[in-house]
Design a protein around this ligand. Sequence first.
Ligand code: NAP
Length: 416
Amino acid sequence: VEELEKILEKLERGELSINRLEAELGNANLAALARRLFLERRLGVSLSALASTILDFEELYGRNPIGAVQVPVGVVGPLRVEGEYARGEFYVPLATTEGALVASVARGAKAVTASGGARVRILRDHMTRAPLLWTPSVEEAVRLVDWVRENFQLLQEEAAKTTRHGRLVDVFPYIMGNLVWLRLYYHTGDAMGMNMATIASDRVCKRILADYPGSVECVALSGNMCTDKKPAAINRILGRGKTVVAEALVPAEIAEKILKADPHLIHYVNVAKNLAGSAAAGSPSYNAHVANIVAAVFLATGQDMAQVVESSLAYTWTEPRPEGLYISVTLPSLEVGTVGGGTRLPTQREALSIMGVAGGGDPPGSNARKFAEILAAAVLAGELNLLAALASGHLARAHQLLGRGGVRGGQGRVQG
Ligand code: NAP
């Protein structure tokens, strides 16, 4: 206690930085306590809720910890999924403070499952990093791209030196004037793969700089054509992470009984809202609330939250058919992993285990793909329910019941 008091006094006098506490105290948990006490005194606030956590900061890579935030986790299911990797009924964890969200996805899941489940396919699977290279002229830029293509195997071997699970599989070159972007495509196993692809791309760039016989410089290891954590047409068109489609055929009687909505009306709302409305707004994303489900599952399972930006790009497509409503969601750049990053944290790992996808798969990559299929099916359920709620005029009432009732009401009551 005395030592801690001395440290706090030093912090107060500005003789010690809050960044140096681990080195000073030799223990990350003690450092977190000191940092918190310092903030409490300096700011006159109580941080006792932030202090309440099961995390052992000695085991984490995080810098300057003071505690952890807690977010309620709800679960929806059973959700039937007929994918290539996920087959059967699943429960899906959603971390959210939005009262109506869990109830909304739960009702959608009920309708999807009663309709025989969501059929899901992964169309593309690659993580990208796009270094930006400088050459003096367009002639040199073209020569460089030709050289990269001719020597691609050499670059693949270079990338392979940095990872056991990552593999450089393709390159999409892009020239603007004298500048060259190399959008490098990697298979990354069960990892979302951003660190893996960045480390490998660094090595690839160094090899290009060393071996290319002409004039070239590396401007930036990431040249923004990757494109990470920013809205970008390139991800929507060429894909990033996993490109996933989930679809269902909802019989008219199930739409009427569970969703209380007419399939034709659901379809009309989709076309008018998600297609015409998004086009009128100039939105790059044609869906109702995909980000809601993606963000809630990302938060529960330790994904990189900033990647909700591109992972929630999605098209929701419907067709009225004689049997009922055909509905699909297409997610061109869903970036998920079951190893690495925040998936190692204990609560997030448990959330992944609910879906049977915690850790590495056998073969590697199968867990991340299974997870992507389940998440796409949950997105489908969310889209179906919201469109149906709008079509039947239920939306405002559901929010009043589930949202305004506070967190308890939001988690406890299920619509429809
Ligand atoms: P990572 O934790 O950096 O790498 C995954 C690790 O898991 C590798 O060491 C890999 O081994 C190992 N591994 C074990 N079993 C595996 C399996 N079955 N499949 C794949 N890998 C397996 O994770 P990452 O996904 O590459 O990067 C995620 C992190 O990057 C997140 O924390 C995210 O926030 C952050 N991020 C970084 C950048 C950046 O520019 N660096 C950008 C955005 C996000 P091997 O290496 O031997 O294959």
